[in-house]
Design a protein around this ligand. Sequence first.
Ligand code: B16
Ligand code: MG
Length: 232
Amino acid sequence: MNKKGFIFDLDGVIVDTAKYHFLAWKNLANSIGIDFSETQNEQLKGVSRVRSLEKILTWGNKTLSEEEFSRLMTLKNEEYLSYINTMDASEVLPNVTNTLNSLNNKKQAIALGSASKNARPILEKVDLLDKFHAIVDGNDVTKAKPDPEVFLIGAKLLQLQPNDCVVFEDSVAGIQAANIANMLSIGIGDASVLREADYIFKDFTEIPDSFLEDVISDKIKKQPKTNLSIKN
Ligand code: B16
Ligand code: MG
């Protein structure tokens, strides 16, 4: 059987940790007199922790000393981790575990490609760590999505060519990163937001096993696109 690399984003694809990021960022922003809405939280999806705080400060028209910036990042992460600590397998999004099991049964290569520095503890909490052959997270990358670094490292660890890899992503930046990496991009979520993806599904309950079979057997393949570049 053909072997493909299936690379999963974490937040918004495997688990809904956005709600915990929201609570922690909101409390932090409010504590320094900045309002923070769910719409703004949407704009932080797939964005690194440092960049997220920079964006919040810009929205609130505030500047901080380096020390204060790093103190607030630590505070945010401590609160976020307190929510993460309550997580268990019941928080895995529908049909994700089945999909991972099915791909493992088909002897496919599976990696995580996440911006989060907390990816490993989260996968441990929800009992999925042993389903992955490689983990690439916020500790391994120097460039954030839409830079393709996170997925290219994933392909390398799986010992596969980028063109033999598939990415599941819920963020626009992540879809762009997958496209730039020349990987089949599969958007998980809202079709109107993720329209740059090669395929879009609302969630994993909508992905038929026949679709995965077609990807593995090369019936479904990345169509090369031209003129792709990183847009910030
Ligand atoms: P951390 P993903 C991303 O995860 C989140 O979507 C984003 O909101 C968060 O700021 C980022 O991880 C960094 O997370 O603070 O845990 O390092 O979607 O790339 O899995
Ligand atoms: Mg995500």
